[in-house]
Ligand binder design. Structure first.
Ligand SMILES: [Fe+2]
Length: 210
């Protein structure tokens, strides 16, 4: 009886580890999925597009909302870092309002929120930025977009990527139309991961070679 139990235990352990190897490999071969650009890519010229979206150069105030930091790496499908990638990102402010003339929602504008950044991945493909948690915003009368950040990621020799970063533990992730078009593996690649530090999230971007 004991040896049967032991055999079952070994079988389960071996199958379990094979499954995790398979999952890692499958994951490693996936690129960050594409997502809709949405209607609010910035069109108003803006000088300050640095990695701190909580301050606008020339203004003394700080953006309203929950301040968060997001860090990660840009990688190829073999998990090699890619340096000098252009990471263009834009998002709604804490009230769910875009700094865009076509956003006619009644949510307030926050003049101290930078809302748009253009970064380069540095050594080992790393990047980091500071921002505020984007607010949800209404899409149709009953629907709300779950909090997200838009990304346009480009580098010569790689497929350009238009995508959206999502946040863990958001109730609206369950009902968001765009998020729920993706399968679980895709959602995992598109959702920033919590870290040991409060308000610090980890998000890697995987690009396909042309
Ligand atoms: Fe959006």
């Amino acid at each position: 009886m004991k040896s049967i139990k032991r055999r079952n235990f070994i079988k389960t352990a071996v199958l379990g580890s094979l499954a995790s190897v398979f999952a890692t490999k499958t994951h490693a071969n996936m690129v960050t999925p594409t997502d809709a650009q949405g209607p609010f890519y910035p069109i108003t010229p803006q000088k300050d597009k640095d990695a701190d979206l909580t301050h606008v150069k020339g203004r003394s105030g700080t953006a309203k909302g929950q301040i968060i930091e997001i860090y990660g790496q840009v990688l190829d499908q073999d998990m090699n870092p890619i340096e000098d990638v252009t990471i263009d990102l834009w998002q709604a402010n804490t009230f769910g309002k875009y700094h865009h003339p076509h956003d006619d929602s009644e949510a307030p504008i926050d003049e101290n929120f930078q809302s748009w950044a253009i970064l380069q991945s540095g050594k080992h493909g790393k990047f980091r930025f500071k921002t505020v948690m984007p607010g949800a915003y209404p899409l149709h009368s009953s629907d709300q977009r779950t909090p997200h950040i838009h990304f346009k990621v480009t580098k010569y020799g790689y497929e350009s990527l238009l995508t959206q970063l999502y946040f863990p533990d958001q109730a609206l992730n369950k009902t968001d139309g765009l998020y729920n078009r993706k399968n679980k593996d895709q959602q995992a690649l598109m959702t920033a991961k919590k870290t040991k530090m409060d308000n610090v999230l980890h998000y890697d971007i995987i690009l396909a070679k042309v």
